[in-house]
Ligand binder design. Sequence first.
Ligand SMILES: [Zn+2]
Length: 214
Amino acid sequence: MTMEQKLRERIVEVGQSLYQRGLSPGSSGNISARLEDGWLLTPTNSCLGELDPGSLSKLDWNGNLLEGSKPSKEYFLHLAMYQKRPASGAIVHLHSSFAAAVSCLDGLDPTSCIPPITPYFVMRVGKLPLIPYFRPGDKALAAEIAKYARTHAAVLLANHGPVVSGNDLDSAIYAMEELEETSKLVLLLHGQKIRTLNESQIKELCETFGAKWD
Ligand SMILES: [Zn+2]
């Protein structure tokens, strides 16, 4: 099996897993992965629980379809992130409930919309900027994502949901799950006084585990 075939199979597996756990209801959410000669993306209006490895969309670096089904309308989110993050091998975008709920809270810090409440959030996700609201399909969103993508592995789209990159597909999924679980904690703790990790605790994580928080 070629690398590309393996990656196609893995996208189908993780899509099923996300769908079965209720993280990508209906036809929401999309998954992409970098190839040597382009990149793969889940097709438009596809349910992540019912993907077919052979009909995933394969695109070039200008967003043109090379083969497969018509790509997700949100392809440009992925493209904007890959273009600024040459080391990222995969990107996941979901409308998962808890992260989407946080994205609707008023008064979030746009430079860091989820506080550093656990070491795992700091290590796996990092500082999370909030991207302003754009209507679905508005390509101006790509320019906003591009502003942060070089320095941040993940962003939260206001009133929409998260976009998370990783070195490979599995690490992007783990980071997305960490973000979803941390969003749940943020909502459980909403309105309560939270003790976040302090500067020296965050510095220690950066030095020990290579976490990034700036
Ligand atoms: Zn979306």
